[in-house]
Design a protein around this ligand. Sequence first.
Ligand code: GLC
Length: 414
Amino acid sequence: MAIPVPEKRIKEFENMGLGMFIHFGMYSQLGCGEWIMNIAGMSVEQYSPLKDTFTAKDFDAKKIVEIAKAAGMKYITITTKHHDGFCLYDSKDLNGGYDTVHSACGRDLIREFVDACNEGGILPVFYHATLDWYQKSFEEDFPTFLKYLNDSVELLCTQYGKIGGLWFDGNWSRAASDWDEDTLYATIRKHQPDALIINNTGLDARGCAGHPEIDSVTFEQGRPTPMNREGMPKYLAAEMCQTMNDHWGYGKADFNYKSLPELIETLCACRKVGANFLLNVGPDGDGNIIPMQEVMLRGLGDWVKTCGGTSIYTGKPSEIKGEFKNFALEDEEKAYLYIHDLAILGNAHVTVEGGGVGFKHFTNVKRKVKSVKWGDNGQELDFVQHGDHLWVNASGFPYGCQYVVRIADVEFED
Ligand code: GLC
């Protein structure tokens, strides 16, 4: 069965590969994650005074964009409103002034965000919670809530110029049929025909396709699985969002950070199956990306620049198979072998054994190989090809380097 051809916006999104997720809101001041209102059982009366101290004084959209670019990211998905119901944008008269413009902050943070993204060449995407703990209508009069949701989305689609997309979260809190997705998505398509529409299917339904207007499936946390797009009515992208520690919103006492090698391998594992990697940061209550997270992002970006090249963005899943964690991507011209667990070369007194240097076996290589070279330094590698089997003699890392995953570019005879 045929695989549908992706629409332009979906193809472009897929080629972005890596994005930044930002969870920022009043909850960031408490440093206990974005669900604290619910988990601590706070009423709206107890929680809402946080707006009087939420100045976001260090929220610097330009700096965030600079860090995202340094991390090799091409888009940023930011919380315009989380489940607490507080808006980071000018909600006009829709939300009784429960937003950054009409409280201590006095600024439209989403305006600043979109402007900085546009200036920096980053695609701005709006996370928008559908589950809402602030609007009474959510529990008491759902049709009124749906109107509020639709009007809010219309505002977001009309007051910031062209936007990259809407990323909804919370539909998992009610039956799918409650949501009137037809109306909501028609509002988006009317004002922003090129915007992506994504709806987080949550932890229990990773990778599930939903409404026909949805442009990408989501995999929350973990590792994405390959998509079988044969016979799908529409080509869907895939995206895996992940926390850097264990909370989306700032967790000041959450020390359970992933390591940089883990982030590099996760990025590679996402691209192996053609999924984007949406890596989360949770700025602190004033809006700073905390040093720990900034360092990780810059480290990931250094790897992308040194090793990832362009294949990390435009390389597609390949039929070529590797052993263990090794795999291949390909584009029209070349294949790219993603080789894991190599060792540093040098004097045994100073280098630590890292695993296997030597021949790496790939199968299902249908074209005749002309050359294999490391993408990072252009060094030619010996190889042997028999039928569709390819063995590449992978040298270790030059002393001074430990790339975690090293990529070899394969050229074919035409
Ligand atoms: C879950 C959480 C939510 C978070 C989202 C990010 O849905 O409920 O707080 O924003 O995941 O993907």
